[in-house]
Each structure stands twice: as structure tokens, then as C-alpha cells.
Design a binder for this molecule. Structure first.
Ligand code: K1U
Ligand code: ZN
Length: 178
């Protein structure tokens, strides 16, 4: 398995819409495995293929706690087919926006359809943190980041911080290679 580099905002790739996969073949199931390894190492509870520069509708999620067994969910072509009227506000983070957080309101329960790692169609419901994480990841596939739901003032503060962070990282990398 391979750990893939995660793309950090701002980057035009993160604003690009992903395309459906034809079938979950060995190439896509390998991508899912590599994405899970990347997500566990980060660490995170979800990862969309867009975040590793692959513009395909593929997502991996695992919201299990550190002391629990892993419960990975791999999805290709996920679609939300029902959302509850009831909304909930949760703090969200994003591996493409390191150290930045925002309170985002989303439907509390959803029903979704996707193709799993064995190329089987799955229809399931999700609630709580899992529902929030799924909606966050599906947004990535549409080129949407959680900061797009914030006021332009809050969004610009976060983007400015990230641009600074990127500059510092570039300088550190340059010093390392001297
Ligand atoms: O999409 C991503 O960048 C992953 C993101 C998913 C997410 C988190 C919170 C709410 C909605 C979606 C993350 O995993 S950020 C890191 C994180 O939340 C976390 C990291 C370690 C342990 C527990 C959580
Ligand atoms: Zn994210």
C-alpha cells in the first residue's frame, strides 16, 4: 500500500468536480486501500479521492475510535438519496485545511447509495458524525470545501492563514534540501 500526498488549499484541484467510476476494478480497489492508509496516517476520519489529486467519485471513511477495531467504509459513486429535515451543527476539520475548523449545519440523517470495494451496490442510512463526514466527503467530490459554507470574512481569514502556512512549508523544504 502507498501513502499518497494530500493536496492543501488553496489549490484549483480541490475546486474541481470528480467523475463517476465505470466499475470498481483492481485499480479502484487499490486506490481505496491507498486512500485508507493515507487517511489513517494523517490521521483523519474520511478522505475523498479529490484530496489526493484523483478526480474520481471515490471516498473512504472510518469514524471508529482509536481503541476500537477499524471499520473502514469504501465508496465509489456515492449518492445521497434522502436527507432528514432535522439539521445539526458540528465542528468540521479537513485534511486539506490543516488546523482550521468551522461550525457547519447539515442534515442529521441521510440515506445513500454507493458501490463498495467488491463492486456491490449498497444502500444504507447514516446519522450523527458518520452522516456529517459522508456529506463533507461528497462535497469534496463536487469541489466544495466546508469553508464555502462560512461567511466570506471567516473563509478569507482561513485562506490567508493557509497561504502563510504553505509559504512556511516551502521555506522549510528549501532549507532541508540545502
Ligand atoms: O475530508 C477530510 O479532509 C477529512 C476530515 C473529515 C471530517 C472531519 C470532521 C467533520 C467532518 C469531516 C477529517 O478527518 S479532519 C481530522 C479529524 O476530524 C480527526 C482526526 C483524528 C481523530 C479524529 C478526527
Ligand atoms: Zn475535507
Amino acid at each position: 500500500m502507498t501513502v499518497l500526498p494530500i493536496i492543501l488549499a488553496p489549490d484549483p484541484i480541490l475546486k474541481t468536480k470528480a467523475v463517476p467510476v465505470q466499475t470498481v476494478d483492481t485499480k479502484i480497489s487499490q486506490l481505496m486501500k491507498d486512500m485508507l492508509e493515507t487517511m489513517y496516517l494523517a490521521p483523519g476520519i474520511g478522505l475523498a479521492a479529490t484530496q489526493v489529486g484523483v478526480l474520481k467519485r471515490v471516498v473512504v471513511i472510518d469514524i471508529s475510535k482509536k481503541d476500537q477495531l477499524n471499520e473502514p467504509i469504501c465508496m465509489a459513486n456515492p449518492e445521497i438519496i434522502w436527507s432528514s429535515e432535522e439539521k445539526v451543527t458540528r465542528e468540521e476539520g479537513c485534511l486539506s485545511l490543516p488546523e482550521q475548523y468551522g461550525e457547519i449545519m447539515r442534515p442529521d440523517r441521510i440515506k445513500l447509495r454507493y458501490i463498495d470495494e467488491n463492486n456491490e451496490e449498497v444502500v444504507r442510512e447514516a446519522s450523527g458524525l458518520l452522516a456529517t463526514c459522508i456529506q463533507h466527503e461528497l462535497d469534496h467530490l463536487q469541489g466544495i470545501l466546508f469553508i464555502d459554507y462560512l461567511s466570506s470574512l471567516k473563509r478569507n481569514i482561513i485562506l490567508r492563514r493557509l497561504k502563510k502556512l504553505k509559504k512556511i512549508n516551502v521555506k522549510t523544504e528549501m532549507n532541508k534540501s540545502r
